[in-house]
Design a protein around this ligand. Structure first.
Ligand SMILES: NC(=O)c1ccc[n+]([C@@H]2O[C@H](COP(=O)([O-])OP(=O)(O)OC[C@H]3O[C@@H](n4cnc5c(N)ncnc54)[C@H](OP(=O)(O)O)[C@@H]3O)[C@@H](O)[C@H]2O)c1
Length: 191
């Protein structure tokens, strides 16, 4: 906090369910109670890990930030998060450009009908699903484009067409894959 020059942060997350994340969560609950964070949450928690963390702690995470985009829509995860009142937040809303998402025929056709870009269609689709999105761009004009999603609405037919794009699998890697767990654990081990 000293290094950030802040007295509190708005949201403080556990990056992934690896290592002693229960110990981390207990300390984060204290940070929250002392006012060091306005909200605390998690990231990359699959339903089983999320339910377990909720069951064995006092504070329910405010947010679970998980990979969510048209090719990996996380509908089952979202239902469970709704049930537990955990806000679904999307990382990689554009799948980081993978699978030529910016020229996807279905998303392009929907965008053309609304006079909007594929990026805007995706962000609007997430918003209408009640998913918070944190798109990343280093370009000012794209940041402005990514904010301009509150002046149009996707139709039920548009929403239905996007459902059909779901592959229900990661465009990156699965946090439940033992090889990924080993690789990520080695990367986060202090040196
Ligand atoms: N919790 C986690 O494990 C986790 C994992 C990954 C990422 N994240 C976070 O998620 C956030 C989202 O970032 P992300 O990198 O994953 O992916 P993303 O937002 O899906 O995609 C970023 C890519 O899209 C391009 N882009 C952005 N706006 C665009 C637009 N309007 N039109 C065309 N291209 C556009 C960017 O290029 P330019 O920059 O050149 O515009 C960049 O190449 C970041 O804050 C990141 O830190 C979290």
């Amino acid at each position: 906090m000293k290094r950030l020059g802040l007295e509190y942060v708005d949201l403080y997350l556990i990056h992934q369910p690896l290592g002693d994340y229960y110990g981390a969560w207990r300390v984060m609950q204290e940070v929250y109670r002392e006012g060091g964070a306005r909200a605390i949450g998690v990231s990359n928690f699959f339903p089983d890990r999320l339910v377990d963390l909720i069951a064995h702690n006092e504070i329910t995470p405010a947010v679970n930030q998980i990979e969510t985009h048209p090719y990996n829509q996380r509908r089952t995860d979202q239902e469970l998060m709704r049930e537990h009142r955990v806000q679904h937040e999307s990382w990689g809303p554009f799948a980081e450009g993978k699978n030529n998402i910016f020229s996807d025929p279905t998303l392009s056709m929907i965008g053309a009908a609304h006079g909007k870009s594929v990026a805007q269609v995706i962000l609007r689709w997430l918003t209408q699903r009640g998913v918070v999105a944190i798109p990343k761009s280093v370009r000012r004009e794209r940041m402005e484009e990514n904010f301009a999603v509150f002046d149009f609405e996707l139709t039920p037919a548009n929403m239905e067409a996007i459902v059909s794009l779901d592959s229900d699998s990661s465009s990156f890697f699965d946090h439940r894959d033992p090889a990924a767990v080993k690789r990520l654990s080695e990367a986060q081990r202090p040196t």
